[in-house]
Design a protein around this ligand. Structure first.
Ligand SMILES: [Fe+2]
Length: 206
């Protein structure tokens, strides 16, 4: 009899129908760290690191999206080069987003992911929906980089103090140095030099 019941249960659970519209409780809350992998990093260290990394992630995702906005909306005589440059920087920021998010998961944390949560968390000022001119686009991007760089210095220093060498290396080697390079490429576009005729006093005017 017991065997017959078991057989019936098995028949009922085997079906080719996909099980759609399922709901359930979260299996790990945001802001917690789970299982201890053999990483030689204790829970308080991983908690603090994942919290700081999530702030860096929210800011990096915002900067990434700011680049796409600039890529689409740029206008003017430098359109072509800036359209391509913004796309290049967007792709590099997307790589950083993935590296930071996966570092958080690796440390046992939960990474921030969705736009609404990013918007609530980021320290970067929200831009208008409309189009802005090139100098304003560049200034806005540089301000965002400054925030990411400030957060990177803070995080790297703290990771060093706590002995999280992997986070320190990721933040310094990839995030910080990547952002520093992008800052250079943007900043040079804000130097006010003439395009056709020099303003140098020593120049021979024809
Ligand atoms: Fe595009």
């Amino acid at each position: 009899m017991a065997n017959n019941d078991t057989d019936k249960n098995i028949q009922r659970t085997v079906s080719a129908q996909p099980r759609l519209h399922q709901h359930g409780a979260e299996i790990q809350a945001y802001g917690t760290v789970n299982h201890l992998l053999p990483l030689e990093l204790e829970e308080p260290v991983r908690l603090e690191m994942t919290a700081l990394l999530n702030q860096l992630l929210a800011d990096t995702m915002t900067l990434r999206d700011l680049y796409k906005k600039a890529h689409w909306q740029v206008v003017g005589p430098t359109f072509y080069q800036l359209h391509l440059l913004f796309e290049k920087h967007f792709n590099e920021q997307a790589e950083l987003v993935d590296a930071i998010a996966e570092r958080i998961q690796l440390l046992g944390g939960v990474n921030i992911a969705m736009a609404a949560d990013i918007a609530e968390t980021t320290q970067i000022e929200r831009p208008p929906r409309g189009r802005e001119d090139v100098p304003v686009q560049l200034s806005r991007l540089l301000d965002a980089h400054q925030i990411v760089i400030r957060q990177s210095h803070k995080l790297a220093r703290r990771a060093g103090e706590l002995g999280d060498d992997g986070t320190n290396d990721l933040v310094v080697s990839e995030v910080l140095r990547g952002n520093e390079l992008q800052v250079w490429f943007l900043s040079e576009h804000l130097v006010d030099v003439p395009l056709v005729r020099t303003r140098s006093a020593a120049a021979e005017v024809l």
